[in-house]
Design a protein around this ligand. Sequence first.
Ligand code: UDP
Length: 243
Amino acid sequence: MTFAPRFKRILLKLSGEVLMGEGGGLSIDPAVTARVAEEIADVKAQGYELCIVVGGGNIFRGISGAARGMERATGDYMGMLATVMNALAVQNALEQIGVETRVQSAIPMASVCEPFIRRRAERHLEKGRVVIFAAGVGSPFFTTDSGAALRAAEMKCDALFKGTSVDGVYDADPKKVPTATRYDTVSYSRVLSDDLKVMDASAIALCRDNNIPIVVFNIREHGNFAAVLSGEGVSTVVQNEQE
Ligand code: UDP
């Protein structure tokens, strides 16, 4: 499936874990982050407009804090702050290889980055900058997957690319079920009804309601992001049934 003529503006969701060192090393591994930045720069060089939403799971998740007795909302705010750290790491790695970027946070942090202003983000994209959105939707009890779906909708992105460390969506956990098979395409409703692990349900529903395809792919594999966009890489596309 070639996406090139269909997609001009894309939103890339980066889970925090893709910035981590192999085998659970550093939370933000500069070498790994630099490799991810190279993949992004390759795609940017092809003329795509790029928005990025970064997760924070490599550093902190509110739900893990809550499991250890912390108030959930406090933990979630800590998780959102973690996404700002990741956003700065991705910004730094991209700018070191000459890609112009801006970070916008849903939680205003004037001396660190810009606040999220949709029209301003639009202008950055027009000027060829990559806009990195931090702090998810800015409220506890959400995830950066929902943040990614929301930003994809309001920035009018043609697709949401979810860069992870697996190569797509499987009908069962491939680590536990040897016969698990990867979908090339799968509908939003199947993802929701079978509880397939793509993104959380509210993010899937938001993409479905706004007809934004979700492309799940492995961003840690060299050249794969660009390859998926040109129709050669390995991925799963979540979209409406009739397409
Ligand atoms: N978070 C939140 N609201 C948001 C986005 C994130 O409360 O809109 C918190 C939440 O605690 C979450 C953490 O930030 O667990 C890190 O984000 P996420 O788990 O989505 O990161 P990822 O799994 O993509 O690395």
